[in-house]
Design a protein. Structure first.
Length: 251
């Protein structure tokens, strides 16, 4: 049995990001938290006379991303295993920074976004998807309920769900015109209940074994597979003319 897989789970969100990123043929793109690199490869194809760099803190994910890029023959893509909040990308190197749910786990998000701001040329764009509050995400609510736990708010995967806080942080990192678009798209959990539970076992094995979660997955099964609701923000902003402040983390 094959589980849904992360890229399959986010297939609707990938479409949203692709429609929004506006990558030009000569652009140089930075992909934050690229995982296995689907977003980076698609960005590289859009930037056919430019380039795309995918960055992730997971060495196995980066190794897989490189394998897939070689297998698909994408020549203008590269990957780096690095911590975004510490890595020096160079000043004004990129035209667009993108992320599909790859920016919520920064230990020091202000420092990370300041670094991204420095890496973008003046007028360069940030286009990222982040989760809204946990209580608004059905996939999160039903899994936590199966564990007998309340939804998580304001931290972890949902740390960038607060519009005012994100706006202030991006403004401090040198971004202007910060805007939010509500993304109400479901997540794909697999072709049937068994596959959906198999996918959940990858990150919440205790929840996957409960009768309640099985019944929930059955109730959300359609002719096109198992889908659970989600709510995200599509956040867009532009790098201003002033340089982003350098923020040094104090140990």
């Amino acid at each position: 049995m094959i589980s849904a897989g992360y890229d399959a789970e986010l297939r609707r969100h990938q479409e949203v990001l692709r429609r929004a990123w506006g990558i030009g043929a000569r652009d140089h793109v930075l992909d934050l938290g690229c995982g296995a690199g689907l977003t980076t490869r698609e960005a590289a194809r859009a930037a056919s006379a430019g380039s795309a760099l995918g960055v992730d803190i997971s060495a196995p994910a980066i190794e897989r991303a490189r394998e897939l890029a070689r297998a698909e023959g994408v020549p203008n893509v590269s990957f780096a295993c690095a911590d975004v909040q510490e890595h020096d990308f160079g000043a004004g190197r990129f035209d667009v920074a993108i992320s599909r749910f790859g920016t919520m786990f920064f230990g020091d998000p202000a420092a990370a976004f300041a670094g991204v701001g420095r890496a973008l040329r003046p007028g360069g764009r940030l286009v990222m998807l982040v989760w809204q509050d946990g209580a608004l995400n059905e996939w999160h609510v039903v899994i936590r309920r199966a564990l007998g736990e309340p939804p998580v708010a304001g931290r972890g995967a949902f740390s960038l769900g607060d519009r005012a806080g994100v706006t202030a942080m991006l403004s401090g990192a040198g971004f202007e015109g910060v805007a939010f678009a509500d993304v109400d798209e479901p997540l794909y959990y697999g072709p049937d209940v068994a596959a959906a539970l198999d996918w959940v076992r990858n990150f919440a094995p205790a929840a996957a074994g409960t009768a309640e979660l099985r019944e929930t997955m059955l109730a959300h099964t359609t002719d096109d597979g198992v889908w659970l609701g989600s709510r995200a923000w599509l956040v867009t902003a532009r790098k201003g003319q002033r340089p982003a402040a350098r923020i040094d983390t104090v140990e």
